[in-house]
Design a protein around this ligand. Structure first.
Ligand code: HEM
Length: 128
């Protein structure tokens, strides 16, 4: 394995932490009053998320743990898609405060499932 791997992995994990902090903060603003008006609160999270995804793809390619080959990567990718969809509900499509709050809290639950999968690299028994 290339020696660049730990650097990419640490960058990926730092982006994950940063994206969570930003999501908790701007999510709490959006639950009460969307859309978010502060400009930097849009482009900073977008940049962090782009780096998170790019380093995720790089880790897949370098480590050879591909989706649909390694079960945990498949499940993690599916969970990332659910997390993104819930983000759309929080920031764009949620009509009521209740909808946005439920999506915001659910997204945080999904986020921790993603981190759990990344760390333990095991799939639950029901996934096969
Ligand atoms: C919300 C999105 C994501 C979060 C929060 C996240 C979080 C993490 C964390 C915390 C780790 C380090 C785990 C550890 O070693 O303890 C990790 C590793 C990893 N992630 Fe992600 N990740 C995300 C998205 C992605 C995506 C989209 C991909 C693939 C396309 C990906 C692929 C990987 C791979 C391959 C590893 C390395 C595991 C290993 O060293 O064997 N991640 N992720």
């Amino acid at each position: 394995m290339l020696s660049i791997y730990p650097v990419v992995k640490i960058t990926h994990a730092c982006c994950a932490l940063l994206t969570l902090l930003l999501f908790v903060w701007r999510g709490s603003l959006a639950v009460d009053r969307p859309p978010i008006s502060r400009r930097w609160l849009r482009w900073v999270p977008d940049s962090v998320d782009t780096l998170l995804l790019a380093t995720g793809v790089a880790l897949v390619l370098i480590s050879g743990q591909y989706p649909f080959v390694a079960g945990w990567v498949t499940l993690k990718l599916a969970a990332v898609l659910v997390y993104i969809a819930l983000g759309f509900v929080v920031f764009r499509f949620g009509r009521t405060r209740g909808q946005r709050k439920l999506a915001w809290l659910s997204a945080m639950g999904v986020f921790f499932a993603i981190v759990w999968l990344a760390h333990f690299r095991q799939v639950p028994a029901w996934f096969g």
